[in-house]
Design a protein around this ligand. Sequence first.
Ligand code: ATP
Ligand code: MG
Ligand code: MG
Ligand code: MG
Length: 473
Amino acid sequence: MTGNELRERFLKFFASKGHTIVHSSSLVPANDPTLLFTNAGMVQFKDVYLGLDRRPFTRATTAQKCVRAGGKHNDLDTVGRTARHHTFFEMLGNFSFGDYFKREAITYAWEFLTRVLELPPERLWVTVYQEDDEAYQLWQEIAGIPAERIVRMGEKDNFWAMGDTGPCGPCSEIIYDRGPEHACSSTPCALGACDCDRWLEIWNLVFMQYERDSNGNLSPLPRPSIDTGMGLERVASVLQGVDSNFDTDLIAPLIKAVEKITGRTYDPGEAGFPFRVIADHARSCTFLIADGILPGNEGRSYVLRRILRRAARFGKALGIDEPFLYRLVDTVVAIMGGAYPEVAEQQEHIARVIEQEEIRFHETLNDGLKVLNGILERARQEGREVVSGLEAFTLYDTYGFPLDLTEEIAGEGGFKVDRDGFEKAMAAQRERARAAREDVKAYDFALAFAGALEDISGTAFTGYDQLEDKGTV
Ligand code: ATP
Ligand code: MG
Ligand code: MG
Ligand code: MG
């Protein structure tokens, strides 16, 4: 089953269970100034769960574009190191707004996985919140999962909350066991004990059943709700019998395109890391630009710039010294333009924006090389054999020079780089960035405020409620 077919099947299945198919919302959250990017299917329904907004239906299903490259969920550094994490991915979800609850959510999920997708039940494990005896029972009753394959987990993993206060509840995750041949070196390599690719988390079912007040007390919600999220690329990898999301038809063509551009062959092991990063980043850059973000120095624009330059750097690691990432846009569009017309319609614009940013990056890269040569020359004159941490950090910060590149070039001239000093300078920068993030919030606040003013001139004014809501989805 192709990735595109899987998306269709999911939406159709839930439509047949009375769910309204809703289009993915933008990666820029419309009504949540506290959130950098849409990172889950429920984001567009947050106000519905809070009772601040209403829809003409109580059941919905979506395939939602998600980016996790900043904020609470940041998978940027994990991309390419695991078989299952991306900065951009699609989350398939079914939602109940005070309609059905735990029993139906579990029934639907089990039916979809084992009847529609025909996954072997014996490969499926579930986790439940340690105090959620109800879910523990239901999984045995409805799905016939034996107790040995139901793992109770603590609050950190299996209790979900929208924010410090408000709707919250236990969750239950469905895990596909790739098999002992994928076991990691942890002893034991067991669900809940290690975080390796053997235990593939495919679906998270959130049971919103409490409301938390400002004292931390939980009271039952009168109409509990359901929010679920399933990773499209992960399930595609299972259905297509491949070991990694990067080998699915949703991403492999991008890896192929990188092979063609570089003339090198992809290695699914460690050596293939730059290919995976580039393929991933091509997707997130394409979709972020399609949703109106441009590379820049602040907030969302800065995150896009970082992702884009990171891909360009990895291109350099594969021997490409000229803009190339923009050439992957047509492959992204070929794979996903049908489901997401916004990328197909803006294909040329997206490619142009990426190419311009790549050109700009190559210019600073060459400037950085001149600066580094100057640093090495001075060190030589001073009889030093070490490039200081601050010098290396300046190259990183101002010219986008990764530490390993500095080390590589310095090493050729017989120099070492003070790694500890670099880390210290980086930590100081992080502290400054933390302060800057407050600015991002202020900026987003201003945007949301502008929206609220529009509301005043229109009909209902709900802006303040939305702004006060500290969502940490
Ligand atoms: P993980 O523990 O693997 O990082 P998660 O618990 O952070 O996943 P959830 O927030 O529960 O993920 O999101 C719901 C589903 O979305 C997950 O079960 C998974 O299938 C998918 N998913 C989450 N993060 C990613 C990602 N970075 N790339 C691809 N799919 C993801
Ligand atoms: Mg995660
Ligand atoms: Mg998880
Ligand atoms: Mg999860």
